[in-house]
Design a protein around this ligand. Structure first.
Ligand SMILES: [Zn+2]
Length: 323
């Protein structure tokens, strides 16, 4: 067997670069496409069909304190070790459509077109052959902009006009309270209150508030995972003996926050509670080998969590062309 060394690789690259001059092939030059395609990923869960429908992804340039209890240099080192674009933390957004057989349920709705590489849920739904008018129920894990903004189109009309919109009752009480908004710190938290008013301000009577431990759609149970927001909710989606745990933002990017579950991301409302929730959820997930959907995990965000070192690691589900 030939021994592969760095010199071999560089040598091979140089040879490739020279080759066309030596023997010009008679192939036409294809223009590069230069853009990504709308993206979705389908799989089966018991009798249910799950479609992860990408809203896009976004490199986040770090604000001064992205993780409250760790300097940015350390965060960027971890991001770089995970091959994220230099100087940023890379966050995908993965809403999910669950077809239960009787209802079409969308869990979280993406960011809306606030930046060029997000707000792509409508295109991804179209590519997946899912008509927004056929969505029966929209479930919201928590009331942050990147999960609720897609409820409305940019012109203010409802993106899912026939859907019942269901949000965690505790989050509703917190985010729709004007007193809380007045007290909110500038930046992310003020902006989050603003998003909630923009989306929900004129539909207070049309939104269903749900409690934890309830069946919020056929086969889908709401589970308390508070800390990231006061009402942060996960969903257990179950059909037959198959289960999927939609974890919302129990952690953001796994390369950062599964590896370092005690890091306090600046978006957490109650950082200590968020850490306790994270450890509780992942200890259980690891013990039960629970199948997990991560809204901010690398697309399509499906996999398992194992204990690793002082934290955890994600084992992504292998891509499967068969449903
Ligand atoms: Zn989020």
């Amino acid at each position: 067997m030939t021994e592969m060394t760095r010199r071999h690789l560089l040598g091979a690259a140089a040879a490739t670069a020279v080759a066309p001059l030596a023997a010009a092939p008679a192939f036409a030059t294809a223009p590069v496409a230069g853009k990504q395609v709308p993206t979705y990923y389908r799989s089966k869960l018991g009798d249910f069909e799950i479609t992860v429908v990408s809203d896009g992804a976004r490199p986040i340039p770090l604000p001064p304190r992205f993780v409250l209890n760790v300097p940015n240099e350390e965060v960027l080192k971890a991001a770089e070790a995970a091959y994220m674009p230099k100087g940023t933390v890379f966050a995908p957004f993965n809403p999910i459509v669950v077809n239960t057989g009787s209802k079409l349920v969308l869990i979280d709705t993406g960011y809306g077109p606030i930046a060029p590489t997000v707000g792509m849920l409508p295109q991804s739904l179209a590519a997946a052959g899912i008509d927004p008018k056929t969505i029966d129920i929209v479930l919201i894990s928590h009331m942050h902009g990147d999960h609720i903004n897609g409820i409305k189109n940019p012109d203010g009309s409802l993106a899912f006009p026939n859907a019942e919109i269901k949000v965690p009752a505790v989050d509703w009480t917190y985010w729709m309270d004007d007193g809380n908004m007045a007290k909110a710190s500038e930046g992310f938290f003020k902006a989050s209150f603003g998003f909630n008013r923009k989306i929900f301000g004129d539909m207070k009577d049309k939104v269903t508030r749900f409690d934890w431990g309830k069946e919020v759609a056929p086969g889908i149970i709401s589970v308390e995972t508070a800390g990231h927001t006061p009402g942060h909710t996960s969903f257990v989606i179950a059909s037959g003996s198959s289960k999927l745990f939609f974890q919302g933002d129990v952690s953001n990017a796994p390369a950062l926050f599964l590896t370092n579950p005690d890091w306090q991301i600046m978006f957490d409302s109650e950082p200590d509670k968020a850490i306790a929730t994270r450890r509780r959820v992942y200890d259980m997930a690891a013990a039960e080998k629970m199948f997990i959907a991560g809204y901010h995990f690398p697309f399509p965000g499906l996999g398992w969590v194992e204990k690793a070192g002082t934290g955890y690691r994600l084992v992504p589900a292998p891509w499967n062309p068969v449903i």
